[in-house]
Design a protein around this ligand. Structure first.
Ligand code: HEM
Length: 346
């Protein structure tokens, strides 16, 4: 016999609500049930992704992320969970593709002018990662200038989320805080080339090492290196942040860099999986509706292709790869640097 206080499976999960939330507009004879359930499953996973991203952003919002203690590994662990979720939801496109274009046509017109475009949670994921409205492809679509955009409330929510510190901004700040290049640590460093005046010893050498690694055809890259690592930085990443990222990528075999390197590669994974989702979704759209406009009023597959091209979040992290050199050519680091290499210290 169950007592009043015994927790019951369906009550705990509130299945009454969830399982009574599928109301196909075309009735139950079509594939609309599948269409609804797939979207709902996505939205549940989106919720979990947002939950993880918020936890990670809280960790990185601190003055000092303690890389050597649990915090950094908790953050990386949570981001890896996001990666796993994306892997699963990217597969779900395949289930929906068992619905044929003719099956879809049976109820498609009943959906106008709503569309996945209006998924607030999807937009929140993009915004929390670091995508800004002004960088969105055809951002005017968002403003509900025609049926299919966001209602005023959701648009305001996206705008407010954009005002919070994004994961990308927090990663930049974290990278900038790294203490690798304090001149005091580089006293015993043996420069390989004459030091360029006003340039930190390691970076003075690096310019030359990179120049040596370039083929004739690539020589123009040296100007790019100057711009990114000696003057301006790149995109949202300052010069110092870009230096720290390159340094972590190059010296990733040092134990202290394992977690930071893991963090960077996981962020690249997330960007890549998000793009894979966009790509699979675009192909599915082309397959289902060809070149017709979307129910949300965009140009359809054409719009999705534009978003795929433009909506990378951590493009600067991939850019760093351009400036790597062979490991065997890397100079040995002075002991003081190796010892100090903890994000723990300012
Ligand atoms: C029959 C299947 C589907 C078709 C034909 C389709 C079609 C489209 C089209 C044409 C757009 C562009 C906006 C518009 O004009 O409507 C769009 C956007 C979108 N759809 Fe789908 N969709 C499908 C399934 C899904 C599913 C299962 C999800 C899961 C949540 C989803 C989420 C989204 C999102 C998030 C966007 C915005 C993408 C962006 O702006 O980058 N769609 N969809």
């Amino acid at each position: 016999m169950t007592s009043k206080s015994d927790l019951y499976y369906s009550d705990y999960l509130e299945l009454e609500k969830i399982l009574n939330s599928q109301h196909p507009k075309s009735g139950f004879a079509t594939d609309e049930m599948l269409f609804i359930i797939i979207h709902q499953a996505y939205e549940l996973w989106f919720k979990q992704i947002i939950h993880e991203l918020d936890a990670v952003r809280t960790i990185f919002s601190k003055e000092n992320v303690n890389d050597n203690a649990g915090e950094m590994s908790i953050a990386v662990h949570k981001l890896k969970r996001v990666v796993k979720i994306f892997e699963v939801i990217n597969q779900q496109v395949n289930i929906l593709e068992t619905m044929t274009p003719m099956d879809f046509l049976e109820f498609r017109n009943l959906l106008q002018p709503s569309s996945g475009f209006q998924s607030l949670q999807f937009r929140m994921i993009e915004a929390k990662l670091g995508l800004k409205m002004e960088h969105r492809y055809q951002s005017e679509y968002y403003k509900h200038i025609r049926p299919g955009g966001f209602n005023a409330e959701d648009y305001a929510t996206i705008s407010n989320v954009e005002k919070e510190a994004t994961l990308k901004q927090l990663i930049v700040k974290w990278a900038e805080r790294t203490p690798f290049f304090d001149e005091a640590l580089w006293g015993e460093y043996q420069s390989l080339y004459p030091i360029e005046e006003g340039t930190q010893k390691f970076w003075s050498d690096y310019k030359q090492m990179y120049a040596n690694s370039l083929s004739k055809a690539e020589h123009g890259r040296l100007n790019e290196l100057e711009k990114v690592f000696y003057k301006e930085g790149s995109g949202d990443f300052s010069m110092n942040a870009m230096r720290a990222i390159l340094f972590i990528m190059m010296y990733r075999n040092l134990p202290i860099f394992h977690l930071p390197f893991d963090l960077l590669t996981t962020l690249i994974d997330i960007d890549e999986l998000l793009s894979q989702w966009r790509y699979k979704h675009m192909l599915m759209t082309r397959r289902m509706i060809g070149m017709r406009v979307g129910t949300g009023g965009t140009s359809g597959a054409g719009y999705l292709e534009g978003a795929l091209r433009q909506h990378y979040i951590f493009r600067e992290l991939n850019e760093v790869t351009t400036y790597l050199i062979e490991r065997s050519k890397l100079p040995d680091l002075p002991n003081a640097v190796k010892e100090k290499m903890s994000f723990n210290t300012k």
